[in-house]
Design a protein around this ligand. Structure first.
Ligand code: ZN
Length: 274
């Protein structure tokens, strides 16, 4: 397979954005599944999914994760499904964060450390991370190691050293969060240089830094994540019409740079999934 293929992920919804900020944000299982399928048609091979309750707040309800997966697969869409384990609005190490694993995603997020996150604290203590990795491993779910700051690479390394995360390692740098590493070229270079050999990495960044950091990842040989979870705008002053609109632009730029978006089957192969 062409080693220049790029894995484009779409993060449709996230925890924080609200329809009041962009009415095109998908929040119900139907809307989320539709957004995933449209993004898949534009070249996304991984869908990173959070679910919401009826009031639009973040939810860990298993039935909702199951419903999203069911709706995606019912349309013959083979996109790799990556469910969030970041939990409810409390961002604490509560066991309900494991719920989404029971819906059988291909991948799940593994937030590799605690941090100040905007005005809150995002708790991911060592014992929680160990249990999360154990559960993923036991269920054949690949960890997407989310890194918000340099120290998180070391936290993950401790879990990897216990044999709880399988090769090839798949990292997602989430940059520009208030409390984490900045979304700058220097920051990304430093993080990439800090990874263990043979690592695969992708980058996402918040707000107006999303596109420039994605473009940098294309140029550096990494992979890239876009979507309304990280950024609600298409360009300054213009709200994005959909997740698919953001994916389509990223796929266009990737192709112009000689990096064809990987199909889900190819992404599966790159990530070492069965
Ligand atoms: Zn997320």
């Amino acid at each position: 397979m062409d080693k220049d293929k790029i894995i484009l992920s779409v993060a449709t919804t996230g925890t924080w954005p609200a329809k009041a900020q962009n009415p095109n944000l998908p929040t119900t299982p139907d809307e989320i599944a539709r957004a995933v399928i449209e993004s898949w048609r534009e070249g996304a091979s991984v869908a990173h999914v959070h679910v919401r309750n009826d009031a639009g707040g973040v939810s860990c309800e298993l039935a909702r994760f199951r419903r999203v997966k069911e709706l995606i697969r019912a349309q013959g869409c083979d996109i790799l499904i990556n469910f969030s384990t970041s939990g409810g609005s409390g961002l604490v190490d509560e066991p309900e964060r494991f719920n989404s694993l029971s819906a059988g995603p291909d991948l799940a997020s593994f937030d590799a450390g605690s941090m100040n996150f905007n005005e809150r604290v995002f708790l991911n203590p060592p014992a929680f991370l160990e249990e999360l990795a154990q559960r993923m491993l036991a269920n054949g779910i690949k960890a997407e190691i989310e890194v918000f700051d340099r120290g998180m690479i070391e936290n993950a390394a401790a879990v990897i050293a216990q044999g709880l995360i399988k090769q090839p390692l798949w990292w997602q740098f989430a940059l520009g969060v208030k409390g984490g590493a900045p979304a700058t070229p220097g920051s990304l270079m430093y993080l990439v240089d800090s990874l263990p050999p043979g690592s695969l990495w992708s980058v996402c960044a918040v707000g107006s830094r999303q596109l420039p950091m994605n473009v940098l990842a294309i140029a550096m040989g990494g992979h890239a994540r876009t979507g309304l979870e990280d950024n609600l705008y298409y360009r300054r002053g213009e709200l994005a019409r959909s997740n698919a609109q953001l994916v389509a632009r990223l796929a266009r730029i990737s192709r112009e740079c000689g990096r064809e978006p990987a199909s889900p089957a190819e992404a599966r192969q790159i990530l070492g999934l069965a």
